[in-house]
Design a protein around this ligand. Structure first.
Ligand SMILES: Cc1cc2nc3c(=O)[nH]c(=O)nc-3n(C[C@H](O)[C@H](O)[C@H](O)COP(=O)(O)OP(=O)(O)OC[C@H]3O[C@@H](n4cnc5c(N)ncnc54)[C@H](O)[C@@H]3O)c2cc1C
Length: 227
């Protein structure tokens, strides 16, 4: 049986946070580092971000760890997207409106150190897993990351190479060719595993089917849908 723990809920705040630094990882993907202020969150939660004074705001998972003294998000620009394309134009020193944290996509409700955790991400869906891994050193994880091209293996040096599996759908060298769902078909599951899936809805839907076919009960699958 699972060891149930009460999930503590940090207070929700709405504030302006200054951009300290921006790391461009590809032409379209970047990490925005913000002053943390007094924002408390649990890894796996997301914040709602917008430009100062703008009504349009979007959800972004927190990429940084619970103990970092800054707040980071990993953003992929959606071409002509109302918010992400404007975030890409931001510079250090600009202020962003940040609300949150929100959500319950977390590891807290389990005895996370006694479980085999399988994290399955497409694209920037790796963000909450980056936060888990920074926040909880010592967790027993396998991270399966699906991207189109190798250069989208965002900051892969942050992961244990023996635990990080890259699946590239449009490029054959440097990872396993094909989508995460193809790799998952060959993946051996065992009853100790908990599965966390994050990214686009189609991928998550397919992953549920594959895991169910392998006998994984729904109570052991947790998901966060981005779009
Ligand atoms: C809980 C949650 C957490 C999220 N965390 C992240 C995150 O950590 N990083 C991140 O980059 N995004 C994340 N998103 C997606 C993000 O909130 C926005 O939807 C995204 O940035 C596009 O917003 P936009 O205003 O630029 O585009 P919009 O003008 O809102 O929409 C453009 C279109 O693009 C589609 N779309 C949205 N996201 C993508 C995408 N990544 N790739 C392709 N098409 C897309 C939408 O369905 C829509 O049809 C998250 C979403 C949710 C619900």
């Amino acid at each position: 049986m699972y060891t149930e723990k009460k999930v503590s809920e940090p207070a929700v705040s709405a504030d302006l946070h200054k951009i300290i630094r921006i790391r461009h990882l590809t032409d379209r993907t970047f990490v925005i580092r913000l002053e943390r202020g007094d924002m408390q969150f649990k890894s796996g939660q997301h914040i709602i971000v917008g430009l100062k004074g703008e009504l349009d705001q979007r959800e972004y998972s927190v990429y940084s760890g619970e103990n970092d003294d800054y707040l980071e998000i990993l953003v992929r620009e959606v071409l002509d997207g109302n918010v992400s394309s404007h975030l890409k134009q931001c510079k250090e020193g600009h202020l962003l409106q940040v609300n949150g944290p929100f959500g319950s996509f977390g590891l807290e409700q389990f005895d996370m150190f006694s479980r085999k955790l399988v994290f399955i991400a497409s694209g920037t869906g790796i963000s909450p897993f980056h936060s888990f891994i920074r926040s909880y050193p010592g967790i027993d994880y396998t991270l399966i990351h699906g991207v189109s091209y190798i250069n989208e293996a965002y900051e892969r040096a942050d992961y244990d190479p023996g635990r990080y599996i890259l699946c590239t759908s449009k490029e054959s060298s440097g990872g396993r060719k094909g989508r995460v769902t193809r790799f998952l078909g060959t993946f051996r599951v065992n009853p100790d595993m908990l599965f966390y899936v994050c990214g686009n809805n189609n991928m998550i839907y397919e992953v549920y089917h594959i895991l169910r076919d392998k006998g994984v009960p729904d109570e052991k699958i947790f998901s966060e849908v981005y779009f």
